[in-house]
Design a protein around this ligand. Structure first.
Ligand code: PLP
Length: 363
């Protein structure tokens, strides 16, 4: 019952489109006359093959991914990719560069230390991760094999609006929290990875988009489950994949195409983001967003209250009005509204109306 649903501002796992959930519900017991749930199917049977193939084809259509790239549906979360990226792309003695614009980029860098020689060539830490560097200012290590960025920092709300062209090596991006939120020129990247649980499905599925000529050079110690070559050669079916999660991602991709594709999705996301950021900026300091205006995330909107002692009250009152998960990440405090693709405009409108009312009562 739609009446009973909340507006869920969680950073991930996050809200999914109601249409998609209802479709999954209608197919849960008997998928397309097969007499089985997707959860009960062999991953090698014709039914599941049709599901994973359509999911891949639809994702390729959404992001205009050429045949030069493999699309992999994996497990282990984006965290596993922090290791898989250096293990697959470089040797232990190779130099690689990391631009660290928030906690996730920092975690990726730290994991890469075990499998390569990474260097942080820019960090936003001293400015509390509120900025993206100018690309001209980036000085790469001369023999760097790749440049790693986090396209959208989920905790700090900092988002790349365009992407650097690495002088040395290829560009690699963690797109977990803005994947499929806007069009992306995939051809600029050697590899893109994303956990599904923000914009495109449930947790348990990790998507990797990798240029095919980069596959096949994994370090000897690479576990079979982290080797892109194994997964590419087996069309993501080397072992039992997260079947139900892939099915759910497929339903989301289908829905995003039906909405008109990622240009349309981006328009809606901009409208929601503008509404919320304007409300913050027009509050005369009652609410504040610390992030540089030019790089504010359209997905994760962190904000604080001038009267920080009211933050718990704000979160409690919002929850009473069925707007949940507005507490900021434990590492930064304050509030955070995650407004991924599936957050309807009505949810942001309701939040903004609540913020104005809360301010009027507490200013
Ligand atoms: N990278 C980003 C940008 C994230 O937001 C997250 C999770 O929130 C991760 C990586 C880690 O993803 P996972 O929990 O799927 O390993």
């Amino acid at each position: 019952d739609l009446e009973e649903r909340v507006f869920n501002f969680a950073a991930g796992p996050a809200t999914l489109p109601e249409k998609v959930l209802k479709k999954a519900q209608s197919e849960l017991y008997n998928w397309h006359g097969s007499g089985m749930s997707v959860m009960e199917m062999s991953h090698r049977g014709k039914e599941f093959l049709s599901i994973i193939q359509k999911a891949e084809a639809d994702l390729r259509a959404l992001l205009n991914i050429s045949e030069d790239y493999a699309v992999l549906f994996l497990q282990g979360g984006a965290t596993t990719q922090f290791a898989a990226v250096p293990l697959n792309l470089v040797k232990p003695e190779d130099s690689v560069d990391y631009v660290v614009t928030g906690s996730w980029g920092d975690k990726a860098f730290k994991e890469a230390q075990k499998y390569s020689k990474p260097k942080v060539i820019w960090s936003g830490k001293s400015e509390k991760y509120t900025k993206i560097p100018s690309f001209d200012s980036l000085e790469q290590t001369p023999d760097s094999k790749y440049l790693h960025i986090c396209a959208n920092e989920t905790i700090h709300g900092v988002e790349f609006k365009d992407y650097p062209d690495p002088k040395n090596g290829i560009l690699v991006a963690d797109m977990s929290s803005n994947f499929c939120s806007k069009p992306v020129d995939v051809s600029k990247f050697g590899a893109i990875y994303a956990g599904a649980q923000k914009n495109v499905g449930p947790s348990g599925v990790t998507i990797v988009i990798i240029r095919k000529d980069l596959i096949g050079n994994a370090q000897g110690i690479t576990p079979v489950m982290l080797d892109y070559k194994i997964h590419a050669e087996n069309n993501s079916l080397y072992n039992t994949p997260p079947c139900f999660g892939i099915y759910m991602c497929g339903l989301v991709f289908d829905d995003l195409l039906a909405q008109g594709g990622l240009k349309e999705v981006e328009k809606r996301n901009k409208k929601k983001g503008d509404l919320l950021y304007n409300a913050i900026d027009e509050s005369k300091g009652f609410y504040r967003c610390p992030v540089d205006k030019s790089v504010r995330s359209l997905m994760n909107v962190p904000f604080t209250l001038e009267k920080s002692e009211l933050e718990a009250e704000f979160i409690k009152e919002a929850a009473n009005e069925k707007m949940i998960q507005l507490k900021g990440h434990r590492s930064v405090g304050g509030m955070r509204a995650s407004i991924y693709n599936a957050m309807p405009l009505a949810g942001v409108e309701k939040l903004v109306a609540f913020m104005k009312d809360f301010q009027a009562r507490h200013a």
